[in-house]
Design a protein around this ligand. Structure first.
Ligand code: SF4
Length: 409
């Protein structure tokens, strides 16, 4: 790939945007403030998916800045990424998984991005020296997989991608590597690059499969070009799973979510997670769907799915772990730790009385936590876990206060 070819004809200024949309002078002023904080970048392909005459077009909502991004309620780090950072660009939250942030660039800057604090902005949070990350991983034999993320790792050059794969696949205890990317969705032409596909083919061996984790959020994103991108990837031997973010005004209808999941299975991508949108500054008020409503949407969508397309879990990436939002029964919402920062909480279930406006675990009154439903061996029903969680919830609330350090209005 030539350097930054995806940026050549991008939409990145309000002047360019005005070729597609009428923007009043008042709105323009506000949007300038948004762009000073978080840049805009939209590839021609992604722009071509937008119906510019429809003010509520879902693709437009994900790509075009909105005045609602001036709302700073929330935090820039909702899942404890700062405290899990072991060296610049390497996070280690769950014992088996290392997360490396290899870039702050993306093909398109998603308005709902949970790493808004760094995408397209100067940052110290991305990897500076691959060798340092490799050494860290070598010294931690419990790490059996690496998630390569960013920004979007498929926007870096082929040579760097190959170096990453070469280094990581040589570590005996690394059993698989994942790349988290929106490139198949926002810049599918990148996956016509035979050199890149050759690299994937070389490293997607029978013993150590490569996994590509895509983020399709709406059925409109499944189009001939993205289908071809997925097909090219499948031909290299990589495996594809999809993470969707539940987004208000984008996919918060059962029929849309079901159509997305059924469509993904058709093209060879396995639905993996539906993520609850995080309570992120500039995102929460714009995109978050309350958990109660989210559960209804997910359950009704699953009723329109087949066995394969309903395999995904509805989860929340909380500072304490990945929490599955299981369902509602007798006026209460049930949760379960699918992943836990503190391993003793793995599999622990708990419940809260329904709060129809709660969008995140911390929105429930921690003193309303009922009990562990089925304590794992070693957890007494009197529950140290619950006490721990109450303390944790308090701590998270305190931590959010000063999180808006990186960006200026
Ligand atoms: S591609 Fe991923 S990292 Fe980049 S802006 Fe979109 S969600 Fe964020």
């Amino acid at each position: 790939m030539k350097k930054n070819t995806y940026q050549d004809d991008r939409i990145s200024t309000l002047e360019q945007l005005k070729a597609y949309l009428d923007i009043s002078p008042q709105i323009e002023k506000k949007l300038q403030r948004v762009l000073q904080a978080h840049p805009m970048l939209i590839t021609p392909h992604y722009a071509s998916l937008i119906d510019w005459t429809a003010p509520n077009d879902p693709i437009m909502k994900m790509a075009v800045p909105s005045c609602e991004e001036l709302n700073l309620e929330g935090s820039y780090d909702t899942s404890g990424e700062a405290e899990n950072t072991k060296l610049p660009g390497l996070q280690h939250k769950y014992s088996e998984t290392a997360l490396v942030l290899v870039t702050n660039t993306c093909a398109t800057y998603c308005r709902h991005c949970f790493r808004k604090r760094l995408v397209g902005l100067p940052t110290e949070e991305t990897l500076k020296r691959l060798d340092d990350a490799t050494e860290y991983i070598k010294k931690h034999p419990k790490i059996n997989n690496v998630l390569v993320s960013g920004g979007d790792p498929l926007t870096i050059c082929n040579k760097s991608i190959e170096r990453i794969l070469d280094n990581l696949t040589k570590i005996p205890h690394i059993k698989f590597i994942r790349f988290g990317t929106r490139v198949p969705v926002t810049y599918p032409n990148r996956l016509d690059d035979k050199e890149l596909l050759g690299i994937f083919k070389k490293y997607a061996t029978n013993e150590k499969r490569l996994q590509i984790v895509t983020q399709f959020n709406h059925p409109k994103e499944i189009c001939p070009k993205s289908i071809k991108a997925v097909s090219n990837l499948i031909d290299t031997g990589v495996l594809l799973n999809n993470q969707t973010v539940l987004l208000r005004g984008v996919n918060d209808r059962p029929d849309i979510l079901a159509s997305l999941m059924n469509g993904l299975v058709s093209i060879g991508v396995s639905p993996y997670y539906v993520f609850q949108c995080r309570p992120l500054a500039r995102v929460k008020n714009h995109f978050q769907v309350p958990l109660f409503k989210g559960l209804k949407i997910v359950e009704n969508a699953k009723a329109q799915c087949n066995g394969l397309s309903k395999r995904f879990k509805y989860v929340m990436s909380h500072v304490t772990g990945k929490i599955e939002i299981l369902g509602i029964m007798d006026g209460e919402i049930y949760f379960k730790y699918h992943e836990a920062k503190d391993r003793k909480n793995l599999g622990v279930m708990f419940k809260h009385p329904i709060n129809k406006s709660a969008g995140w675990l911390d929105d429930f009154n921690p003193f309303e936590i009922q009990t562990n439903i089925e304590p794992k061996s070693g957890h007494a029903p009197s529950s140290p876990v619950i006490k721990w969680e109450i303390q944790e919830a308090k701590r998270v609330k305190q931590k959010t206060i000063n999180s808006d350090l990186l960006l200026t209005e």
